[in-house]
Design a protein around this ligand. Structure first.
Ligand code: ASP
Ligand code: MG
Length: 457
């Protein structure tokens, strides 16, 4: 069997769901289990109405809800023939009535707890999975709606619930295997689960990829397909560098480094359960389904090129902390990191010398207060409009002199920080934001001119 996960933009309207249906139909013999996100932007809208209701603004909450109701009715009307639509319409109506009832309750109490927020957010995937199941049936597929809350068992840390893997696997087997054995296509909503007691939970924003990985790992899928709206992962941002090419295959570790530094296709951490079981994960484009996408595997294949990709992350601030007398004193670095922790500012790149520490953070409005706090410990300077450039490739482990080759072509660039070694597969440095286009293009020209056809499209 395989798992096919369709993200928000791949089920955003009738056209998208129609495309998804055709894609799934083509995979019929491989026994797909389909996992869907809420229609694009629906989760945001649900959380917005939950917050509005929690703040006592019932009217706004119900107004946003009406908009969503409309959108789902329209998609259903376009997707389903009149006969099915009439029946389906009353089902949708009941769901939206229940949602509105819930919003009125929240507004009456004037408080949105995380537990209730999960109840509200879960409507997105509940509705999209129902709609997709009905659309599949209307297109002649034997599809069955499976309630994720009956399969994905989680703890009760609402809004970021943690799946309990063994129980989940057991339930997945019980619910899904008989359907697959009968040639049916199970459809379930991603992102949602329930506690052992049956209380609805969600597993964190963007969690449908994680749901797909859980299902795939639990059932021992041959592969997991993550259907999105891009052709896959690229050697660099095509907006920066039109010569960017698709990466055909990348290791989990490489993909994880890229996600961390700004490539936004998929956060690989969410598919870890699959990778740990050696199940390959494919990123595919539902608008261009014949493109073979990017395959993410546990181990990287051999590659002639030094790097797989270049990522650049802008809007970075460098914080320099200088304390000539104190730095190596025991506990000093801890005191610095404690300050970042107190201000809830995560650090990306760190480099230290005998007398100073430089750290990078995403530019944000907490930095002045953080700097004032740090100034109690040492001399502090900070400077924004910086960017992190990160070259990623498993080959880095083995290639001597690679740093010299990289920096040798950047002799006219002001390099502010350098870091290599933490993961052994990335070479990271910090430059002025304005230098990003020319630096990325030059690196791409140099290191991606002659591409290994096994690895790059
Ligand atoms: N619908 C959820 C979200 O927007 C989960 C997902 O799409 O992965 O976060
Ligand atoms: Mg997503």
């Amino acid at each position: 069997m395989i798992v096919m996960k369709f993200g928000g933009t791949s089920v955003e309207d009738a056209k998208a769901i129609d495309r998804a249906a055709a894609i799934v139909k083509g995979r019929g013999p491989e026994k797909p289990v389909v996992v869907v996100s809420a229609m694009a932007k629906v989760t945001d809208a649900l959380l917005e109405m939950g917050r509005a209701a929690g703040a006592g603004d019932r009217e706004t909450a119900l107004k946003v809800s009406r908009g969503l109701r409309e959108r789902h009715y329209n998609a259903a009307g376009e997707l389903l023939g009149t006969g099915i639509f009439t029946q389906f319409h009353s089902e949708l109506e009941a769901d939206f009535d229940a949602l509105d009832e819930l919003l009125r309750g929240i507004a009456a109490v004037g408080e949105l707890t995380p537990r209730t927020a999960d109840h509200v957010a879960a409507f997105g995937e509940m509705l999209s999975s129902k709609l997709v199941t009905a659309a599949f049936s209307a297109r002649g597929m034997d599809s069955s709606l499976v309630d994720s809350r009956a399969c994905i068992v989680t703890d009760s840390s609402y809004t970021r619930a943690v799946p309990i893997v063994e129980e989940t696997n057991e339930r997945l087997g019980l619910k899904l295997t008989p359907l697959l054995d009968n040639g049916r296509v199970p459809v379930m909503g991603g992102f949602i689960g329930a506690t052992r007691a049956g209380v609805t939970t969600t597993i964190g924003r963007g969690g449908s990829d994680f749901s797909a990985a859980l299902v795939g790992a639990g059932l021992g899928a041959e592969r997991i397909e993550i259907w999105t709206d891009v052709d896959g992962m690229m050697t660099t941002d095509p907006n920066l560098c039109p010569e960017a090419r698709r990466i055909k295959v990348i290791s989990f570790d490489e993909a994880a480094e890229l996600a961390y530094f700004g490539a936004k296709v998929l956060h690989p951490a969410t598919v870890l359960p699959a990778i740990q079981k050696n199940i390959p994960v494919y990123v595919l484009n539902s608008r261009n389904p014949t493109c073979e996408g990017t395959k993410i595997t546990a181990r990287a294949p051999r590659c002639r090129n030094s790097f797989k990709a270049i990522a650049a992350k802008k809007r970075i601030t460098i914080v320099d902390v200088a304390a000539p007398r104190m730095l190596m004193a025991h506990g000093f670095l801890k005191a610095i990191f404690d300050a970042f922790d107190r201000h809830r500012v995560p650090v990306d790149v760190v480099s230290t010398s005998e007398v100073s520490v430089s750290l990078t953070v995403d530019s944000n409005e907490s930095i002045p207060a953080l700097a004032a706090d740090l100034a109690k410990l040492a001399d502090v300077k900070y400077e924004g409009r910086k960017a992190i450039v990160c070259l990623v490739g498993e080959n880095l482990r083995e290639i001597p002199g690679i740093a010299a080759r990289v920096f040798g072509i950047l002799t006219d660039v002001n390099i502010r920080m350098i870091s290599q070694g933490a993961s052994e597969i990335n070479l990271t440095f910090v430059i002025d934001e304005d230098d990003v286009p020319r630096v990325v293009r030059r690196l791409h020209e140099t290191f991606f001119a002659d591409l290994d056809p096994e690895v790059f499209a």
